[in-house]
Design a protein around this ligand. Structure first.
Ligand SMILES: C[S@@+](CC[C@H](N)C(=O)[O-])C[C@H]1O[C@@H](n2cnc3c(N)ncnc32)[C@H](O)[C@@H]1O
Length: 273
């Protein structure tokens, strides 16, 4: 029989959308990410996938952005066997299992307390390496994490729920805590934030969005001079576009000729410090 979780707040509940997108990607004929565990969890929780209105665009972008973030994290831990890894706003994602984090790396999955409790119930076989029940905006949770080791920080689907000041403050605290590292997260242009209010799949969470969007990734280097942009990943310019469903592939190809237009779509930002 399936597992039933206690009711989440709308903010916590947002984890279902990204989880279902990864599950739906896994069920497709040609998965981009192939997250079988997400699919298993969705079946176990008997999530009403239809209520989430996850269309091909959303499924594809969630899966591909997760894949790009996985690659950054996997590459980092391969180069730094003494690293610390953080997944901020981890939801019910099992990124460290997906990328096969080496045992010498300490991986921390951070989310609000109700979600961390749910992770323990839903993902018993996953054995969360280091669950952290915290609001990332709080100042003290980072104190419990090691210092003096390089860190890779992933935030998949989190930044939209924080204000510009909260994102800037969080980045500043992360960069101040670790001697060096990399940060990767999905970001939004001002247009993309506006557009979430009009797309069925994201309408439900749009009222929770507090991030105003950034149109130029170099803006964050001005927030904190220790941050240096490694790469702005515009998903409509990635090679996987060739595997997108036909209409989305056509739109991606056409929009990819313009950087401003590309930035209206899904963006993954990768920085080092
Ligand atoms: C859209 S979900 C993404 C979950 C997961 N990263 C994934 O890709 O499936 C956003 C997650 O961020 C968490 N979250 C939102 N605000 C947070 C905060 N201030 N501190 C910690 N977690 C937060 C929510 O509880 C939720 O699990």
């Amino acid at each position: 029989m399936g597992t039933t979780l206690p009711a989440f707040t709308p903010l916590e509940d947002s984890l279902h959308l990204t989880l279902c997108c990864r599950a739906l990607d896994n069920r497709s004929a040609d998965p981009l990410l192939g997250d079988a565990l997400a699919d298993e969890v969705v079946r176990e929780l008997d999530v009403d996938v239809a209520r989430l209105h996850a269309d091909a665009n959303l499924v594809t972008s969630c899966a591909l952005r997760a894949k790009r973030m996985d690659e950054v994290a996997a590459d980092f831990v391969a180069r730094h066997p003494d690293a610390v890894g953080l997944d901020l706003g981890a939801g019910l994602d099992t990124r460290s299992a997906r990328i096969g984090v080496p045992p010498t790396v300490d991986w921390y999955d951070v989310d609000l307390p109700a979600v961390v409790t749910a992770r323990e119930r839903v993902l018993p076989r996953y054995a969360d390496p280091h669950p952290v029940a915290a609001d990332v905006r709080d100042r003290d949770w980072l104190d419990a994490l090691p210092t003096g080791r390089p860190a890779v920080v992933v935030a998949d689907g989190l930044v939209g729920f924080l204000s510009r000041e909260e994102v800037s403050d969080l980045l500043g605290r992360l960069v101040g805590h670790f001697p060096s590292g990399e940060v990767v997260f999905n970001s939004y242009s001002r247009f993309a934030i506006w557009a979430t209010r009009h797309v069925p799949g994201t309408k439900a969470v749009s009222g929770l969005l507090r991030f105003p969007g950034v149109d130029d990734p170099h803006e964050l280097e001005n927030w904190d001079p220790r941050l240096h942009l490694v790469r702005e990943i515009l998903l409509n310019r990635e090679p996987e576009v060739a595997r997108f469903p036909p209409l989305l592939r056509l739109y991606s190809r056409v929009s990819s000729v313009s950087t401003a237009w590309s930035r209206k779509g899904t963006i993954v930002l990768h920085y080092r410090f």
